[in-house]
Design a protein around this ligand. Structure first.
Ligand SMILES: Cc1ncc(COP(=O)(O)O)c(C=O)c1O
Length: 345
């Protein structure tokens, strides 16, 4: 079928012609020897953009988060995270299974734990039985909470509480530029509050792969060693790094279009009687609940696919739609028509 509309995730974007042109002419060298000019340029540009001393490429967001936990924590220590955090729910338990950390989930109804819950959850109290709490990890935008962009003041208050208690504060900023664009602030407004930040090149920014981990020079040097230990050091990385740099230089401001498309999708579905979730500070995601009489989520997805629309469910009848640079306003209108049509069949 021609013109499939793929709203499963913003990870499905394909490199544009211009990005492919940049990839094909990328200068490369051996990145393990520190000799890849494109990778070095990407690290330098990223560090400056994020207001951090240094940055490294990681093959995925999952690896960026894991490297941060391995670098900042020790086996047997504990880590505070929201109960719906991607690092805790969807990274295959790497924070425990690989980094040896004991996660302590906190309620995160509005995409971030409450300031007053941080100290209560801390086990860094000298009690011999307790796993010392050493890391607080935050997520912005928050995926499973509907793509909510946590506001700068709220974010800063929680991050500062983590710092006050002596924790390493990490930001899983897979989609941090969606948050900065939505709130119309420089991304440093968020990143200056944390010790380390991971963001994805491969999501809304439209690069085919990769993420960046940023922090102090010392932190990134240690993370680099962990990356090598895990087999994540790569050679002529410039092929990919050039795409990442292109994405950062060209595709941040346009995220506003994805947010507008999501808002239109939300309104069209709502008008069509679909049980869409109302999210404060919505970005590029729309979630809705299937009616109770639809017991088989897969059948619903298959029916949409037959009409040329691909979607994801998050379980319990909750469907997620994600806008991105490969979907147009027309696609969005068509997607709403398909969903409303399939639900009324
Ligand atoms: C909030 C968040 N963090 C981390 C990740 C992991 O990124 P990756 O799929 O590149 O491992 C994702 C992926 O969807 C995510 O949504």
């Amino acid at each position: 079928m021609e013109n499939i509309i793929d709203l499963r995730s913003d990870t499905v974007t394909k490199p544009s012609k211009e990005m492919r042109r940049v990839i094909s002419s990328a200068l490369v060298g051996d990145d393990i020897y520190g000799e890849d000019p494109s990778s070095n340029a990407l690290s330098k540009y990223t560090a400056e953009l994020m207001g951090k001393e240094d940055a490294i490429y990681t093959c995925s967001g999952t690896m960026g988060n894991l490297l941060s936990f391995l670098t900042a924590g020790q086996h047997g220590e504990s880590l505070l995270a929201g109960e719906n955090a991607h690092v805790w729910c969807s990274e295959v338990g790497g924070l425990s299974g690989v980094a040896g950390l004991c996660p302590y989930p906190l309620t995160d109804d509005e995409g971030i734990p409450k300031v007053e819950d941080i100290a209560k959850a801390s086990r860094a109290d000298g009690n011999i039985h307790h796993p010392d709490t050493t890391i607080l990890t935050l997520e912005n935008t928050h995926n499973y909470r509907g793509g909510i962009a946590v506001a700068p003041d709220r974010f800063a208050a929680v991050a500062r509480e983590g710092k006050r208690l002596g924790f390493h504060v990490h930001l899983d900023g897979a989609r941090i530029f969606n948050a900065s664009v939505l709130h119309k602030v420089n991304v440093k407004v968020f990143t200056k509050e944390v010790d380390s930040v991971q963001f994805c090149l491969s999501k809304g920014l439209g690069a085919p792969l990769g993420s960046m981990l940023c922090g102090t020079h010392e932190f990134i040097q240690k993370a680099k060693k962990w990356r090598k230990r895990l087999g994540g050091g790569q050679r002529q990385l410039g092929i990919v790094a050039a795409a990442g740099l292109y994405a950062l230089q060209n595709n941040i401001d346009r995220l506003v279009e994805d947010h507008e498309n999501a808002a239109i999708l939300f309104e069209l579905l709502k008008k069509g009687g679909v049980a869409v979730e109302n999210v404060l500070n919505m970005t590029n995601m729309v979630f809705f609940l299937l009616p109770e009489d639809i017991k088989d989520e897969k059948e619903f997805l298959n029916d949409c696919a037959k009409h040329g629309l691909l979607l994801n469910t998050m379980g319990a009848g909750r469907v997620r739609l994600v806008t991105h640079l490969d979907v147009s306003r027309k696609d969005i209108e068509r997607a709403a028509e398909i969903i409303i049509g399939v639900l009324s069949e």
